[in-house]
Each structure stands twice: as structure tokens, then as C-alpha cells.
Design a protein around this ligand. Structure first.
Ligand SMILES: NC(=O)c1ccc[n+]([C@@H]2O[C@H](COP(=O)([O-])OP(=O)(O)OC[C@H]3O[C@@H](n4cnc5c(N)ncnc54)[C@H](O)[C@@H]3O)[C@@H](O)[C@H]2O)c1
Length: 350
């Protein structure tokens, strides 16, 4: 059985990927500093094993920070001595707030870049050269003509967070060209992951104030926040609000599983893929859908545009569909229903 190391595995997206891998019979080793997640995730993942729904074999958890090289060295040494070598790494650990990254850029370079370089070094030392990396649509420059963004679109981030992701992709590309190490790498550029596992046992649980729109909408619907601020109603879109490509986190997780298996089969050296649905949804449409499927009210108020926002960001996902033979299956209603179900079952988070 293959042992897969998942950094950031107790986070929102990582926890859903863990579930999908466990379901497929992999052994998983989660590394997370818990800076933005809870250890309860591990208990929840183990529950799936107890309930018999999942073919869970083993879940290992190691608390630690990727910026700490000694921690990483001792992790790899210990696991390899135990005969538990890592067959691949899914690297999700990092910070992800665009706003915070503009206020504290050094923190973002430290967490995202230094953490990644440390990880890549130790992977190289142990000849563990299969990697799936969490990249982001924020690496793309804005498009004036509201057309789909494909993988050949201009890379031109406008904030420190996006720059860290674009820089890491550049490092990965360089690594993939080295002759002495056989790197196999997929860099997956996520659009807007939302939703939760349908069970309501795992979901998005930011420890700080939420920045992503769905956790804010659920808090507004629950009466914990008065209203949703919509930044701009004068964008060049049919209803004037920004259009994004929301993708269900379980579809995203399934995209990781397929990418991982292609890498383990040596099917490519380095690939960059958009993971989105290719369907755009405006903020107003998102609110209306959330209200309709969950029978709740989401009061909102228009505010001025934020710096760095764009009117339209929607993926051309045809490359991922053809290379991975993957299609996102869950629609916007399911995303809204699962997000609310997660919140109702866990109003205080984990
Ligand atoms: N959620 C999104 O909208 C989105 C979009 C595009 C890309 N991404 C990327 O996907 C990845 C996962 O995102 P998420 O939404 O699950 O975020 P998350 O914050 O829920 O998960 C990230 C996890 O990484 C951990 N972590 C952070 N720094 C660490 C470090 N130095 N060492 C060890 N653990 C550390 C955190 O504790 C957390 O559990 C991130 O790399 C993020 O940039 C997310």
C-alpha cells in the first residue's frame, strides 16, 4: 500500500483530499502546524473508518511546521527507518489570504516559499520526487475581455500571495528539468473551492475571520454577521457584481487523486492544470442560489470595489478534463447545500 504525505492535510481542502485517498485505500501521513486548522479533523477522518464507509487503513499525523528543517529531516528519517517511505507528496500547507499577503508580504514569502523549499530539499534527499502542488488562479493577470482563462494565459499576479504561488511553480518547472532526479510534478491551479463533504463532518473552518465568500455567507445566513459586503456593483458583468468560478471541494479532491495516480504511473514530468468548472457565477447569483436551496436570507450591501479585484475569473478547464479524464460533477446548488449543512452541523467549527 502506498504512503502519501499530505502537507496542510488538516486544512479545508487537505481534509477532503485525505478522505478521498483513504477511500481509495492509501495510507496517509498528514503534516500540519495547525496554524489554521484543528486536530479534531483527524478524529473526524478516523470516524469514517469506524463507520465502515471508508476503506481506511492508516492515518498518521505529525504536528510540525515546514519552515523548520530539523522537523522535516527527523520526519523523513523516522518514517524511512520504519519502512514507511513516502511514495508521493501532496503539498497544500501555506497561507492563503490575499488581503493579509498585501499587509504582511514577508510572512507569505516565509510560510509559502521557505516552507516549500525546505520540503523540496528533503524530498530530493530521500528520492521522493512525486509531487502534487496547490497552486491558484491568483497567479493569472486580469483579462480585460471577460474570456475563459487557460493555462497559457498571462502569468501576472497582483499580490504577494499570487507571487509566492507563481514563484513556486517556476521552481517546480526548473526541478522537473533536472537530469539527476526524476521529478514528476502536477501543479493544480484552483479557482474558487467551496462546499464540504455531504456528511457535514468535515468542512471549511478558518480559525481567523473568514476571507472566502462561502464561510462569510453562512455566517450572515446564521445571523452572526449582519450583512455580506459586495465589493462593487459596477463591474462589466450582466448584474454588475464580480463573476467567479466556484468548484466543489470534493470535485477538487477527486482531481488530486487522479493527478496523483497519473504521477505514480509516470504519465508526465511536469504539468500545470486549471481546476475549475468553466462556469461563471456572479456574487448575486451565488447569494440567490444559497437562499433558495437552504431557505434562508442573506442580507447584503454594496461597497466600493477592492484594490486588485477583477470582474471575471473563470477557468478554461479543457486541459484538465482531457489529461486527467476528470469532470467536476457537483453543481452550484450542491455547493451551497453542502456548505450550509456543514455549518448547521458544526456552528462552532470543529
Ligand atoms: N481555499 C482557496 O480558496 C484556495 C484557492 C487556491 C489555492 N489554495 C491553496 O490550497 C492550499 C490549501 O488551502 P485551504 O483552503 O485548505 O487552506 P487552509 O488554511 O484551510 O489549509 C492550509 C493548512 O496548512 C497549514 N499550514 C500553513 N502553514 C504551514 C506550515 N508552514 N507548516 C505546516 N502547516 C502549515 C494550516 O494549518 C492549514 O491546516 C493552500 O496552499 C492555498 O494557498 C486555496
Amino acid at each position: 500500500m502506498k504512503n502519501i504525505l499530505i502537507t496542510g492535510g488538516t486544512g479545508f481542502i487537505g481534509s477532503h483530499i485525505c478522505l478521498v485517498l483513504l477511500n481509495k485505500g492509501y495510507e496517509i501521513t498528514i503534516v500540519d502546524s495547525l496554524i489554521n486548522s484543528s486536530p479534531v479533523v483527524i478524529e473526524r477522518l478516523k470516524e469514517f473508518c469506524k463507520s465502515g464507509e471508508k476503506n481506511v487503513n492508516r492515518i498518521n499525523f505529525e504536528k510540525g511546521d515546514l519552515r523548520n528543517q530539523d522537523f522535516l529531516s527527523s520526519l523523513f528519517e523516522t518514517y524511512y527507518k520504519k519502512g514507511l517511505k513516502f511514495d508521493a507528496v501532496l503539498h497544500l500547507a501555506g497561507l492563503k489570504s490575499v488581503k493579509e499577503s498585501t499587509q504582511e508580504p514577508l510572512k507569505y514569502w516565509d510560510y509559502n516559499l521557505i516552507g516549500t523549499i525546505n520540503l523540496l530539499k528533503i524530498m530530493g534527499e530521500y528520492r521522493c520526487t512525486n509531487l502534487v502542488f496547490s497552486s491558484s488562479a491568483t497567479i493569472y493577470g486580469s483579462k480585460k475581455d471577460n474570456t475563459l482563462i487557460d493555462e497559457y494565459s498571462l502569468i501576472n499576479p497582483i499580490n504577494a500571495y499570487g507571487y509566492t504561488k507563481a514563484t513556486i511553480e517556476r521552481i517546480l518547472e526548473d526541478l522537473s528539468k533536472t537530469k539527476n532526479q526524476k521529478w514528476r510534478i502536477a501543479s493544480l491551479r484552483y479557482f474558487n473551492p467551496v462546499g464540504a463533504h455531504y456528511s457535514g463532518r468535515i468542512g471549511e473552518n478558518p480559525l481567523d475571520n473568514p476571507n472566502n465568500i462561502l464561510p462569510i455567507i453562512t455566517k450572515v445566513a446564521a445571523g452572526l454577521i449582519d450583512e455580506l459586503k459586495i465589493f462593487g456593483n459596477d463591474w462589466d458583468t450582466p448584474d454588475g457584481t464580480g463573476i467567479r468560478d466556484y468548484i466543489h471541494v470534493m470535485d477538487l479532491a477527486e482531481g488530486h487523486l487522479i493527478s496523483l495516480e497519473k504521477i505514480l504511473n509516470n504519465e508526465f514530468k511536469f504539468i500545470k492544470l486549471n481546476l475549475g468548472t468553466a462556469k461563471g457565477t456572479s456574487v448575486l447569483e451565488l447569494i440567490k442560489t444559497f437562499e433558495k436551496v437552504n431557505k434562508v436570507k442573506v442580507p447584503y450591501r454594496y461597497c466600493l470595489r477592492r484594490d486588485g479585484d477583477v470582474a471575471y475569473s473563470v477557468a478554461d478547464n479543457s486541459l484538465a478534463k482531457s489529461i486527467l479524464n476528470w469532470i467536476p460533477k457537483r453543481d452550484l446548488e450542491e455547493m451551497c447545500r453542502d456548505s450550509w449543512n456543514w455549518y448547521k452541523n458544526n456552528p462552532k467549527g470543529f
